[in-house]
Design a binder for this molecule. Sequence first.
Ligand code: SF4
Ligand code: SF4
Length: 435
Amino acid sequence: MSDAESQIDADFGTTEQDDFEPVQVFDDGTGMDLRPGADNCYKCTSCDTSCPVAEVDDDFPGPKFQGPEQWRLKRKEDTDIDGSVMKCSNCMRCDDACPSGVPLSQMHNTARGEYVENHMDKLSAEYIRNRILSNYRTSAEIASKVPRLANIAMNFGPARWVMEKTLGVTAEREFPEFARQTFREWWEERGGPQVRSEEKRVAYFHGCYSNYNTPEVGKAMVRVFEEFGYEVVVPQQRCSGTPMFANGMLDDAKRAAGINVENFSGLIPEGYDIIASCTSCSLSLKQEYPELFDIDGIQDLSSHTYEAIEYLRIHEDVEGAVADASVPDQAFAYHAPCHARNQGLNRQSVELFRELDGVTIEDVGDSCSGISGTYGWKEEKYETSMKIGEEMFDHMHHAEGNVGMTECPTCSMQMEHGTGYDIKHPLQLLEEALV
Ligand code: SF4
Ligand code: SF4
C-alpha cells in the first residue's frame, strides 16, 4: 500500500470491512426540489425519441413523463411516483438529448429512489433481487475468495434455473468469471506504485468489475500511466453507485459515495486527480454524486475526476505516441457506451487508435447496447435488453473486425453475449502499443 493510501486510511479510518450505517436520503420529503428544472421543459419530445426503452417497449411512458411531467404532478402533495420509473434503464441518453438542460436523469434517480423507499415491498423477490444486483461488490467480494468454485457454481444450470424462478435473475446470460487474483491483490503483491512523482499524480478508481473480474484492465491502466511518468495510487473504495442509482437504492449509494468522497477528495490537495477506467464510474463521480448528494468535498471530487483515456488525451501527447507505435494486425468493432456519450467521449477511442499501425477500428454506431448494468440481468427485462441491443449486434456483425472494444464492463458483456466476440478495453490495446 502506498504512503498516500496509508495516510488516507489512517486519516479517515476506512477499511474494506467498514460497516454501513443507515442514512436517510429523503430527510423531510422536501430536500430535493426539482420543479425549476421541470419548468425548463418545453415539450419538444427530443428526450422521448432518444430513449432506447421507449423505442422497443410501448408501455414505457418515456423520459419526459418520468422527468418533468412527474415532477410537475408532484406539486400536488397527494401524487405518488409512478411505478413505470422502474422501467428506465438509467442509460442517461435523454440527458444528452435535451436542448433545454432539464436534469432528466437526476429527476429519474430521485423519483426511483422515492418509489423504492415508499412503495416497494422490502420483502418482495424484486426488491431482494435488485438489492443483491446493485450491491454486486458484496457478492463479488465473497465469490473472489473462492473464484474457481464461484465460477462453476454461478453458471451451474440448475442453480441458474432456481435463481431465475425465485429471484428473477435471467438464466439466459453467462455470469462473468471471477479472477483468480483481484486487481487489489495484484497491486499489494507488486508493492504499490513503481513510479513516484511530485508533478504527475493520479488516484485510480478501479470500480468493482476491474477489481474482481477484469484485473487485466486495471493493470493496463497502471502500466500505461506509469509509462507516461505518473505516480498512481489506489485508495480504498466502494462501488461508484451506478447500479444503486439504477435500482433506486439511494441509501446504499449515499453510503458508498460518502466513503469514496472521503478517500479520494483528501488526495486532491496533494496534487492527485482521479481517473476511472469504467465510463459509468467516471460519470457517477462527475455527475450523479453532486446531483444527488450533499457531502463535504463532493464538488471537488467531481471537478477532478476523469475517464483514464480522456485524462491522457488532455495531459499527454498520447496520439503522437500511438502514431509512432505498432501492434500485430487486428480489427475492432468499437461501441461507445451511453455513459461515455454523456461525457463527450464517444469518439475518443476511434480517434486515438486510427493512426495505430496494425489496427483497424470501426465505430458501430450510436445505438445503446441495451444491457445498462443490472437492467439486462433481470428476467423480465431481458427481452427488452436484447431488442435494444439488436442494432449494435447487427452493426458489429457487419464491421470488418471480429473483436469488440468498449470502455464499459456491462456493454462488453452484452457485446459478447450478442455476437460471441471477444471484447477488449481500449486501455489494453494502449498497453500493447506503448508499454
Ligand atoms: S435514462 Fe435512458 S431509459 Fe431512462 S428515460 Fe432516459 S433515455 Fe430512457
Ligand atoms: S428534451 Fe427536454 S425540453 Fe424536450 S421534452 Fe424532453 S425534457 Fe422537455
